[in-house]
Ligand binder design. Structure first.
Ligand code: GLA
Length: 404
């Protein structure tokens, strides 16, 4: 009887259109991968409210908001201390106006504010984490007007990852403010297998480092270059989709790699449907960097509404060929040259018949001709003729294919 009553109740709730009790994350956020900026890669703990305000202004001024970037995310080290009631406060020296005022400032520019916390007692930067304060902190962030929470995995010894992220997800839900939950668990407990109902994206690896193919040893852990992160995505594409993305970490465009490497890095993140969270100083950057992060043809590949992550269908030596099925029967096509020398590449479009079991889409260029647009140079052509291109060392050629 009890069971019947419970079932009736659930049915009634569902018909009334109220979210059922087990619905967890705020739905409708990140239908395409989230886009924004985060303070960590460039500034680490050296952050304050002036930087955040100036970054919001720059985002609007240089056209990045119009290009789709939305979130201004404060990473680690914004914290002051908890008061006697356990309420968290920002560092009074670095954020003297408080977080509510900062959120108002960001919102007034049509942008959204993100904040950072951690499952443990302390964050990776040794600031207070949210352990035991999850509901209280989520309520505080909601009251401040926060829109996005990046939730880290330091000081997590003994914690069950799924349970810990479930707790903060429930706490966000209880706060009654829709907030995007960016799970930053570094892929240690296969979050792709359990995090989809809990959060909107999950890191698949440890931290990124601005190099093509290196590992930066930090003692107990290593930060990873672009190729190292890409190689760790093998087998994960089936877990990604609208509202739940594989996160390859924040971008390092404009942080010291070559222009070709930066373009390749941005292209790969776009193809893989990774969140596009900028990591450079938006207030001062060379025009070449602004052009890369603002390239609409590439952003459109990442923001395609179908939300299907790219598939590698060929690799030999230093060359890889990737495709990404897109809405309206379009495709993105990427040639990646991992090698040290530029590559003169000729590609016969009829050579491969690409069949994607995941999206149930086929690209058969014997049957149909597509027009292509080079997403970086704007050049056009069609698949009736063999492709003849030079792919820079540590670089890509990225095309968008449309049926002609
Ligand atoms: C971890 C995360 C990074 C960053 C730092 C902050 O390393 O993976 O992205 O948030 O912590 O301390």
């Amino acid at each position: 009887m009890k069971c019947t009553l419970a079932l009736l109740l659930v049915a009634a709730t569902a018909t009334a259109g109220v979210a059922p009790a087990w619905a967890q994350k705020s739905e409708g956020l990140a239908q395409t991968p989230q886009m924004g900026w985060n303070s960590w890669n460039k500034f680490a703990c050296n952050i304050d409210e002036k930087l955040i305000r100036e970054t919001a202004d720059a985002m609007v001024k240089i056209g990045l908001k119009d290009a789709g970037y939305q979130y201004i995310n404060i990473d680690d080290c914004w914290h002051g201390a908890r008061d006697a009631n356990g309420e968290m406060h920002p560092d009074p020296q670095r954020f003297p106006s408080g977080m509510k005022a900062l959120a108002d400032y960001v919102h007034a520019r049509g942008l959204k504010l993100g904040i950072y916390s951690d499952v443990g007692n302390t964050t990776c930067g040794h600031r207070p984490g949210s352990r035991g304060h999850e509901y209280q902190d989520a309520r505080t962030y909601a009251a401040w007007g926060v829109d996005y929470i990046k939730y880290d995995w330091c000081d997590s010894k003994g914690l069950n990852a799924e349970g810990a992220y479930q707790t903060i997800s429930d706490a966000i839900r209880a706060s009654n403010r829709p907030m995007l939950l960016s799970i930053c668990e570094w892929g240690e407990n296969k979050p792709w297998e359990w995090a989809s109902p809990i959060g909107h994206s999950w890191r698949t690896t440890g931290d990124i480092y601005p190099c093509w193919d290196c590992e930066m040893n930090h003692g107990s852990w290593s930060a990873l270059g672009i190729m190292r992160i890409l190689d760790k995505q093998a087998g994960l594409r089936k877990y990604s989709g609208p509202g739940h993305w594989n996160d390859m970490d924040m971008l390092e465009v404009g942080m010291g790699m070559t222009e070709d490497e930066d373009r390749a890095h941005f292209s790969i993140w776009a193809m893989m449907d990774s969140p596009l969270i900028l990591g450079n100083d938006l207030r001062a950057m060379p025009e070449s960097v602004r052009k890369i992060i603002g390239r609409r043809e590439v952003i459109a590949i990442n923001q395609d509404p179908l939300g299907v992550q790219a598939l590698r269908f060929y690799n030999q030596g230093q060359v890889e060929l990737w495709v990404k099925p897109m809405a309206n029967d379009e495709w993105a096509f990427m040639i990646l040259n991992r090698g040290e020398a530029p590559l003169h590449y000729r590609y016969d479009w009829q050579q491969h018949h690409i069949s994607d079991d995941l999206s149930k889409r086929e690209l058969d260029l014997k049957k149909a001709t597509y027009r292509w647009l080079d997403a970086w140079t704007g050049k056009t052509g069609d698949t009736g003729k063999r492709l003849d291109v030079t792919v820079p060392s540590h670089g890509v050629v990225l095309l968008r294919l449309k049926k002609s």
